[in-house]
Design a protein around this ligand. Structure first.
Ligand code: HAM
Length: 419
């Protein structure tokens, strides 16, 4: 028990961390080119924020939150997603007075008590962005193009973008009536939660994960067929903008998203390689959320991408991520005086930014050479009593096997010239 991580959590080991670091660096670099700045928000928030923000008839709030009381009796929840916390930070820090749109990016862990399976965990990672203050479809197009650029920079060509519009409170009302009329004859067969949702928020029945409800909603009316003129104009603008940039997409009337805050544009990027959890990324517009959480009326839009799912996708299509770890020089020492000198040389070279390794376990020369080889050191240098006395040593270029004799006080210049 003590030596087993909790179900649905995973360690990210040193052997795979380079992939995460490469993705994080590329994502934040792309965000930077689009003008998004990183924000870091707490890992827990007041439970009410999620109830109100994500919506208390959603699966996330009803079934999946890690909620606890702190020692002072406050109800807190580990963040199941990033948008609500970022919206809270936007309001609390007066970001409405900054030049609009305010463009924020994040890299976070999230927590949901879900049925664990391939691509679905209880602790998982999201990259996301949120943009506040822009009303028209231009920002929707820009946000989708950010993902498109990110995927292209990673060498991922075959994701499928699906878009939909789920309208605004005006068209939602007409739609809810139509949906309820459709669901009524099936009411007895629906799960207990969906029976309750039927009255409170019938749209939530559409993304119920239970098979019995999935069967029922298969032929349900689609919101896209009920949207008002304003929402239709917005959706047309989104489509025209994507076509202008040559970003391929499909309109998928079935995308409703599992969170309550969405209005108008919703979108997801799919892959066929992530098992049943094919959605790598999801997002959309949430024009009423800032106001609902206590701020001034402010339009917003964003997305979040599941990093574990992105990694699975990259692996299955054979995209290699670059490794950054390197050993510039391995110092092999023979005897105590050489060991002291190597410690000093390594210390000075590391301070200059070189990646230098040396033995710290009094190992034989043979074992030290083996270690240098295993690390893939670019150069090695063997230092014994003679080298200590003369202040000179042979440096071996491990890539081509050539040797050069140099003074020990010019190693930095030599490495700089050769690396
Ligand atoms: P979401 O669709 O709930 O949206 O999650 C976004 C992405 O997180 C999913 O597409 C998926 O890749 C990943 N994900 C979700 N749950 C899990 C899980 N249990 N295990 C592994 N990966 C998972 C949101 O969270 C919204 N906040 C997105 C957004 C931002 N909308 C507007 N702004």
């Amino acid at each position: 028990m003590l030596t087993k991580a909790p179900k649905g959590t995973r360690d990210i080991l040193p052997s795979e961390i380079y992939k995460w670091q490469a993705l994080e660096a590329t994502f934040m670099k792309v965000c930077g080119t689009f003008g998004y700045q990183e924000i870091r928000v707490p890992v827990f928030e007041h439970t009410d924020l999620y109830k109100r923000g994500v919506g208390d008839s959603t699966d996330i709030v009803q079934k999946e939150m890690y909620t606890f009381d702190d020692k002072a009796g406050r109800s807190l929840t580990l963040r199941p997603e990033g948008t609500a916390g970022v919206v809270r930070a936007f309001i609390e820090n007066g970001m409405a007075s900054l030049p609009q749109p305010v463009k924020l990016a994040y890299n976070i862990t999230c927590y949901r008590y879900e049925n664990v399976q391939k691509g679905r965990y209880r602790e998982f990672h999201q990259f996301g962005v949120e943009a506040f203050g822009a009303k028209g479809p231009a920002i929707d197009v820009e946000i989708i193009s950010l993902l498109d650029v990110f995927f292209k920079q990673l060498g991922l060509e075959k994701t499928m973008l699906k878009i939909n519009s789920i309208g605004c409170p005006v068209c939602r009302k007409t739609y809810n009536d139509a949906l309820k009329a459709y669901l009524l004859p099936h009411l007895d067969k629906m799960c207990a939660l969906c029976k309750e949702r039927y009255d409170r928020n019938p749209m939530r029945v559409i993304d119920c994960k239970l098979q019995v409800c999935k069967e029922i909603v298969k032929d349900a009316p689609a919101l896209l067929d009920y949207i008002c003129d304003d929402c239709q104009t917005h959706f047309n603008g989104l489509r025209a903008g994507l076509e202008n940039l040559g970003i391929p997409y499909q309109v998928d009337k079935n995308i409703v998203r599992g969170l309550d805050y969405y209005t108008k544009t919703v979108f997801e990027f799919f892959s066929h390689n992530v098992g049943t959890q094919g959605t790598i990324c999801g997002g959309g517009r949430y024009d009423g959320l800032v106001e609902k959480c206590g701020g001034a009326e402010t339009p917003g839009i964003g997305f979040a991408l599941g990093v574990e799912r992105l990694l699975m996708e990259l692996e299955s299509v054979g995209v290699e991520l670059p490794r950054k770890d390197r050993t510039d020089l391995y110092l092999v020492s023979i005897g105590a005086p050489a060991e002291d000198l190597c410690a000093k040389l390594a210390y000075n070279l590391r301070a200059l930014g070189f990646a230098v390794q040396k033995d710290v376990m009094a190992r034989s020369v043979k074992a030290q050479m083996k270690a240098a080889d295993k690390l893939g050191a670019s150069f090695t240098m063997v230092i014994g009593d003679t080298e200590v006395a003369s202040g000179r040593a042979k440096i071996r270029n491990m890539r081509d096997g050539s040797d050069a004799e140099i003074a020990l006080d010019v190693i930095a210049d030599y490495l700089k010239a050769d690396l």
